[in-house]
Design a protein around this ligand. Structure first.
Ligand SMILES: [Zn+2]
Length: 173
């Protein structure tokens, strides 16, 4: 896990201190905690006409060698939607357009602690998938052959798709 060691304002070494209800990194010269928050990211559930979902096999840590949805961190000045579509293009080579937001949730990472993940559905796209940045392979999977997914947040969006939006899905009660 990455830990903040120095104050971003004054550069002094930080300490751990119980303040405002929890243990926090704290700068004694500034007399203030350094607040830490989840890191925002987006991912894409891209589906084909047979309700198969596009997954990428990770070539980088964390979870190298695992399958996950195309996605990544939101850059400064970028919308969640644009970040998802950019990562989709970088990792799989396809250009998509977003149908809808599937959800927003968090998962615990092992490098950046808590990740805030937005998941978007993409049904319309152009291009043929091929492995790009951060990917060893890219492939379509149907529900029955879905491999173990690297991140719990990605898995939740896949489940939301199959339970509510796939063509064979039962309507919401
Ligand atoms: Zn400071």
């Amino acid at each position: 896990m990455k830990t903040k060691n120095f104050c971003p304002d004054c550069g002094h070494a930080l300490v751990d201190r119980f303040t405002e209800g929890r243990m926090r990194r704290y700068c004694e010269p500034c007399g203030a905690p350094v607040y830490e928050n989840p890191v925002p990211a987006s991912c894409i559930v891209a589906v084909d006409q047979n309700d198969r979902i596009l997954l990428v096999k990770r070539s980088v840590e964390p979870k190298k060698g695992w399958w996950c949805l195309p996605g990544g961190f939101i850059e400064l000045g970028e919308t969640p939607e644009a970040a998802g579509l950019r990562e989709l293009a970088e990792e799989t080579g396809i250009r998509g357009s977003i149908d809808m937001l599937l959800g927003v949730t968090t998962h615990q990472g092992n490098i950046y602690d808590t990740i805030l993940m937005a998941g978007f559905l993409v049904r319309r796209y152009s291009g043929t998938p091929q492995a790009g940045d951060d990917a060893d392979a890219v492939a379509w999977f149907d529900r029955a052959s879905m491999p173990e997914i690297a991140f719990s947040s990605h898995k939740s969006f896949i489940n939301i798709y199959y339970s509510a939006y796939a063509s064979g899905a039962a309507p919401c009660p």
